[in-house]
Design a protein around this ligand. Sequence first.
Ligand code: SIN
Length: 274
Amino acid sequence: MQISKASDAVGAIVEDVDLKTISDDQFAEIRSAFFDSGALFIKNQNLAPEDHIAFAERWSDIDINRFFTPVEGYPQIAQVLKEPDQEVNIGGVWHTDHSYDQVPAMSSILYALEIPPTGGDTLFAGMAAAYDGLSDEMKARIDGLKARHGNAHVFGQQSGYSEQTGGRVGNQQSAGQEAIHPVVLAHPETGAKGLYVNPGFTLNIVDMAEEESTTLLKQLYEHIMQPQFHFRFQWREGDIAMWDNRSTWHYALNDYQGHRRYMHRITVQGVALH
Ligand code: SIN
């Protein structure tokens, strides 16, 4: 097994390993690379749904997503699908998964079954690198702040996302979860400080006037959107990308109209954030 850095800011590439047969020592190495880098790109796997589930369960219990259509017979696995005649993709905006939950999911493990001939890459951003790149003044300004996260504007009945995705995202009546988390998170495994706000689900900074909160979030987002904090993953069928939702953002590019892209995603449980 070989593990190498994907970029200075986020991610590591894992090659020459079959996740179906990894030893406990190999798993420990993978785990440590995951928390150090925020995301793993594990190349060239051949996993049945049972193998995907077994790998996910080595990390933690599975956190079943409320809104994505599951794979038939496997409620633990969400479909991330775009058909050739569909225009809107899933995850086509910078976000991190489940930040609206009181105990946000630790990781999402995405396995590529069908990839378009070109395009369909996923961008990742590293939140520890982004935090380190802030000015001392901004670090002092956001120290101790909390932010409110929610999902009704994305998954709720009024959002239109279910219609736009042709029903690939549903269960709108179950939306409405909200949670308050620190803006600067000491990572629960490594202690490294990272930014924990995202354009997909963060609603506002708590105890701050609306205009000031909007301006501050915009400043932080513009900072994180600088390319030096990113890695662009170009998929091959059989690849896995797994990311730590507490220390990364991701963005699924929607540049493959007329082609099918089909992935299986399992989300695993995290811990309360302080
Ligand atoms: C997601 O946001 O979970 C989907 C990412 C992707 O399809 O690349």
